[in-house]
Design a protein around this ligand. Sequence first.
Ligand SMILES: *Cc1c(COP(=O)(O)O)cnc(C)c1O
Length: 375
Amino acid sequence: METIRMVDLYGQYLKIKDEIDNAIFSVIERSSFVKGNEVTDFEKQLAQYLRIPYVISCANGTDALQIALMAIDLQPGDEVITSTFTFIATAEVIALLKLKPVLVDVDPETFLIDISQIKSKITNKTKAIIPVHLFGQCCEMNSIMEIAQQYNLFVIEDTAQALGADYYSNNNAIKAGTIGHIGCTSFFPSKNLGCFGDGGALFSHNEQLSQKIRSIANHGMTQRYYHDHIGVNSRLDSMQAAILSVKLKYLDQYHQQRQQAASYYDSELSNIPWLKIPKRVTWSSHIFHQYSILLDNKTIRDALKQYLEQHKIPTMVYYPVPIHRQKAYASYQFNDNEFPVANKLCETILSLPMHTELTNQQLHYICNTIKQFKP
Ligand SMILES: *Cc1c(COP(=O)(O)O)cnc(C)c1O
């Protein structure tokens, strides 16, 4: 049996090697490495896939979030609401721009921001909400958009883990990241649509906002060497764009392969009394960026992790520390008692191997090994 990995980027590459190699070599032949046609082509293809008019690529997902916040004219001290159970980037860009991260606990079953707690965190300084579509399924966006409308807030979707997921609203399937005012994503290699380095993008329905975003991502430039905003240098390079254009064609297939692995896990693991399989919500498809199970407590979780390691099955804890407990954020003096769910999740969650190249033999081995664990 092939070595089991958390992600298998090389195996995925081998299946489309000729196409990828050709794409890379043609970029070298043209030698337009930055702002080449490949970048514009990929932006158009992604816009078409997401059914949204404007896609602006940038250097990585963290930059996408930062540029989004820069584009909506906030003042230092303005408050931005997000989840405490997410990758640090979401809160980091808020803090970096001298805005105030206001954290909300998550739902114990979906791991997504607890919408019922958002309103109580809104003050007259609140300007935006960043819902995070964690692990591959969408937050319940209709409720979030309703709150945003009521309080006149911007909604910036963090779609780094859910690019291509469908949100169901009034019998329509809408792509994650195209519901709020701005969507942000990452093409980090291990994401569902990953390039061979760093990459990111923003999407919007709003032409004016999109122009501003494009300008900010390019030194605030509108006309060459005329700078209307203070911007950043954040570009997707042509090589990554060429690779992404190839891989975008396979994204739905990649989702299906992940969903098949998830269904296998579901059916094999659902009857284990000491383990909880991830919940699938009704309002969104699940593209399984991660397949995360819950254990009863930290002792069992850590023991299972170690036991699986001994049997050559890698696992990961996403995330071991919530944002409100991170050292760098201590000055915000978050009240730990406000986040009981996230605190418990960090001790009880465990993500199993999840990627497009998992074989039935590997899945069978993983599930059987888990079943033989004695908690
Ligand atoms: C990966 C990720 C990011 C950041 O993307 P980078 O491309 O690594 O900068 C932001 N938010 C979430 C939820 C992520 O998973």
